[in-house]
Design a protein around this ligand. Structure first.
Ligand SMILES: *Cc1c(COP(=O)(O)O)cnc(C)c1O
Length: 376
């Protein structure tokens, strides 16, 4: 029995991808597997997503994309977070679709294409209002013209025009319609300049789930692939037909009786009300649990849901088991799909004042991933 483990149900990943395809039946699906598939394990989740019909994979960094190629993935694969220096040549050689938000990037991509003797596949990214990555409308025509010139030379093929939402997790937010209008305009400018992208794409999970007019040719869900709702406003996982894939659990390291008035963990922010039993859960912020969940995070131990007593430490935290029976080695479930009474990652997010994305993504490498239902 391991100290702790994160069990990842690849059957749930496959089912979630199929479910998302039902939401966007006319679009291709790019499963976003950045940040080690939101902590779930990129290689296995990518494979599961492919099995369920994801024709594209998406990563943030080039290194994440290369790791998928190293693991044998040969399908369409896009990577969007670039800095000067690339490595563009490796990406072009390895058949990875790259992204450019500015002419500096396009210039480096063209140089890499010439150096490798290949045609680079490029997605041009417009800022339709997010105010993060992407090319501003004022600079878009220049980027498009440069891309068209590079196409004429055979250095690049513009395979995509794309953008990203700011507020899609708030259905009905006025920014969503404004971004779609700006996107249609950006696509029109690109087409008038002679570009003919294979895929126009704008939708993350919440837009895939709630905004069909944003689906265009391809949707890019991330968090929902792992069975997590993007926000309470979008719905619950169960209500959306999604199943959380990760279950985080640990073996109690110690169970002991303590008297009334005993301080618990650093700073003694919790004191036992009466004589009681404490259970020691061997997971902490060194494993990615939020320290903000001190005194608040939920965990199911000895048949009941409890709340963390006192502070989350680097490697461990304590639960007050009251008078209940438990022993070292008993399983504590921090979060899972929720159908056996265990909390969910969304419950943890609420307790820690964050989003469920962060809860699963931060579970660290010290926690082994154990895969279930790997075979179709
Ligand atoms: C992370 C990310 C996504 C996926 O977002 P979710 O909300 O997890 O679905 C899609 N596109 C881009 C550009 C991203 O960075």
């Amino acid at each position: 029995m391991a100290r702790a483990r994160a069990e990842v149900d690849l059957g749930a990943v496959r089912d979630n991808v199929r479910r998302l395809r039902e939401f966007a039946p006319r679009a291709e699906l790019m499963a976003v597997v950045k940040a080690d598939a939101y902590g779930h394990g990129a290689v296995r989740c990518a494979r599961a997503a492919r099995q369920a019909g994801a024709t594209w994979l998406g990563t943030a960094t080039p290194q994440e994309a290369f790791a998928l190629r190293d693991a044998g993935d040969r399908g369409r694969l896009m990577c969007w977070l670039w800095t000067p220096g690339g490595p563009w040549q490796e990406a072009v050689r390895r058949d990875i679709d790259v992204s450019a938000s500015a002419t500096w990037a396009l210039t480096e991509i063209v140089a890499a294409a010439r150096a490798t003797g290949r045609t680079a596949r490029v997605h041009l990214k417009a800022d339709t209002g997010l105010g993060r990555g992407g090319c501003q409308p004022a600079d878009w025509a220049e980027l498009v013209a440069a891309a068209r010139a590079a196409e004429a030379e055979g250095a690049v093929k513009v395979t995509g025009v794309w953008s990203h939402f700011a507020c899609a997790d708030e259905p009905g937010h006025p920014a969503n319609a404004a971004q779609l209008a700006a996107f249609r305009e950006a696509v029109a400018v690109a087409e008038r300049a002679g570009l003919d992208p294979e895929v126009r794409h704008h939708a993350n999970s919440p837009a895939t789930l709630t905004l069909p007019e944003s689906h265009f040719d391809l949707v890019r869900p991330g968090v929902s692939v792992y069975g997590i709702s993007p926000s309470p406003e979008v719905g619950t996982a169960a209500g959306l037909g999604l199943r959380p894939a990760m279950t985080l659990s640990a073996s109690l390291a110690l169970v002991k009786r303590v008297p009334a008035g005993h301080g618990v963990s650093y700073g003694h922010t919790y004191t036992t009300a009466g004589e009681t039993t404490l259970g020691l859960v061997p997971l902490g912020y060194g494993d990615g649990l939020p320290r903000h969940a001190s005194g608040a995070g939920p965990v199911r131990v000895a048949g009941k849901r409890r709340t963390i007593a006192g502070r989350v430490a680097m490697d461990q935290f304590v639960v007050d088991l009251g008078g209940d029976e438990a022993e070292a080695g008993d399983r504590a479930v921090l979060f899972g799909p929720g159908d056996e009474g265990e909390p969910t990652a969304e419950d943890w997010a609420r307790a820690a004042g964050t989003i469920a994305y962060e809860i699963v993504t931060r579970i660290g490498s010290r926690v082994p991933r154990v895969y279930a239902n790997e075979d179709v």
